[in-house]
Design a protein around this ligand. Structure first.
Ligand code: PMP
Length: 460
């Protein structure tokens, strides 16, 4: 779709006059200088000039089923002809269907769910649930974690965003060290370290607790913090630490749940089932609906202490119907299996690129949540922020959207790839070819000299 009416000049005019400040220095500043999107389908988005991009960011991670998945669109269309919005003090058919569908998908003892709208909502509710169920207050989160942007709890626990930016911080929220083995926070190495980062963190946490502790919250893979996969056994050690302190374990599966890591849930790689799990992002296949899941026993205890959480649009039949359709698509189309195959294809090509580009320091992630940490030298692991920015810009120019993330202050050197689980092999190969060229430019070589267009097909 070509839309001359909404060009850069017009966008600039609207931004200047009508939008909250978007100066370059502000968070998400300068958006009006970037492509203005007009339409999307599958793994492709199109701007107002008709230029197509491979969306390896899955929108804002809500399009993991691909943009406008036909099954979800059919459910939404049907809802627009029957029932869009409903009171949350009465049940409706899609809401009941979604509780049952999700409940059957959960790994026992997880069983019960409640619906909200955004990811941040689920964190507020999960924390409240843990506090009500335990009678505790203190919540620990990983220091590169990100859990949302509501002004109090979820931002207070989003250590990957600077907490100084927030108006106020919720009491009883503090950080423990992220187990980022590539850039170890305690200058040790795995497995020799025996989770030294966790031991040191817990010693401090025990000293700092202001009340009874309630929970540890974590993303199974820290996405915004730089696609960090904790080492094997880490979450089992966290689980033991929780049990010793009467704390619950909350997994924020906004970015790892529902197929994206190659398993239905991210925690299934860890041999640990959380007490509470938060789902959002692509749960509604592109429309906003989120869920908090827990065990029958924890739900009962928390509710007996007065817990409840809801929103005006939390039980809307249209959103719930989209949730049902998205679960059906994930299960029946085996999108988790597809995510695992995409991981193999991408990691094998990226490993081959790492032989040609010293710039590639680390390749990590699972399924369709993958990261490439760029360093100026592999010995010191100095963040290659400048080169990463060149790669991001060249990719965008060539029609590939990805995002830059970092693993700490002053670092913006991790290229994050989040292709929809429905991305075809041909689309994956095209993206890899664009990336290859962009890496060549970043290191001062001519693009296209490497293996352009010749991405090897890995074993399945
Ligand atoms: N949890 C995680 C892991 C996230 O990445 C995000 C958003 N990036 C959120 C929670 C918050 O979700 P929302 O923006 O829908 O509130």
């Amino acid at each position: 779709m070509h839309d001359d009416a909404m060009d850069q000049a017009r966008a600039q005019e609207i931004a200047n006059r009508w939008m909250m400040p978007t100066e370059e220095s502000s968070y998400m500043g300068g958006l009006e200088k970037r492509p203005i999107l007009a339409s999307a389908s599958g793994s492709t988005v199109v701007d107002t000039q008709g230029k197509e991009y491979l969306d390896f960011q899955s929108g804002q991670m809500g399009a993991a089923l691909g943009h406008r998945h036909p099954r979800v669109m059919a459910a939404v269309r049907k809802a627009t002809e029957t029932f869009v919005h409903a009171s949350n003090i009465m049940l409706n058919v899609p809401r009941l269907e979604l509780h049952e569908r999700l409940g059957k998908l959960l790994v026992p003892p997880l069983q019960k769910s409640l619906f909200l709208v955004t990811g941040s909502d689920t964190i507020e509710a999960s924390v409240d649930l843990a506090r009500k169920a335990t009678g505790g207050l203190d919540i620990l989160g990983l220091h590169d974690g990100l859990h949302g942007s509501t002004s109090y709890i979820s931002r207070s626990l989003s250590f990957a965003w600077k907490r100084q930016q927030h108006a106020s911080i919720a009491p009883g929220t503090s950080a423990i060290l992220t187990p980022h083995c590539y850039q170890c926070p305690v200058a040790s190495s795995f497995p020799k370290c025996e989770f030294l980062c966790l031991k040191a963190s817990l010693e401090l946490a025990d000293a700092n607790f202001t009340s009874r502790p309630a929970a540890v919250i974590a993303e199974p893979i820290l996405s915004a913090g730089g696609v960090i996969v904790p080492p094997p056994g880490y979450f089992q050690a966290v689980r033991r630490a929780c049990e010793e302190r009467g704390m619950l374990l909350i997994f924020d599966e906004a970015q790892t749940g529902l197929g994206k890591t190659g398993q239905m849930f991210g925690f299934q790689h860890e041999g640990v089932v959380p007490d509470i799990m938060a789902l959002s992002k692509h749960f509604g296949g592109g429309v906003p609906i989120s869920a908090v899941c827990t065990t029958a026993e924890i739900a009962k205890r928390a509710v007996a202490s007065g817990f409840f959480a809801t929103r005006s649009h939390a039980a809307d039949p249209m959103l719930c119907a989209a949730g049902v359709a998205s679960i059906d698509a994930i299960v029946e189309e085996d999108l988790a299996g597809r995510a695992a195959r995409i991981e193999l294809r991408m990691k094998s090509a990226l490993a081959e690129m790492a032989k040609r580009y010293e710039l590639i320091g680390d390749i990590r992630g699972r399924g369709v949540l993958l990261g490439l940490e760029l360093v100026t030298d592999r010995e010191q692991k100095t963040p290659a922020n400048k080169e990463a920015a060149v790669v991001e810009n060249r990719c965008l120019e060539a029609g590939l959207i990805l995002q830059l993330r970092g693993t700490g202050p002053g670092r913006k050197n991790v290229l994050r790839f989040v292709p929809p689980m429905t991305t075809t092999d041909a689309e994956i190969d095209r993206a890899l070819s664009i990336l290859d060229d962009a890496l060549a430019v970043a290191v001062g070589r001519s693009p296209g000299v490497g293996m352009r267009g010749a991405v090897p097909t890995p074993a399945r």
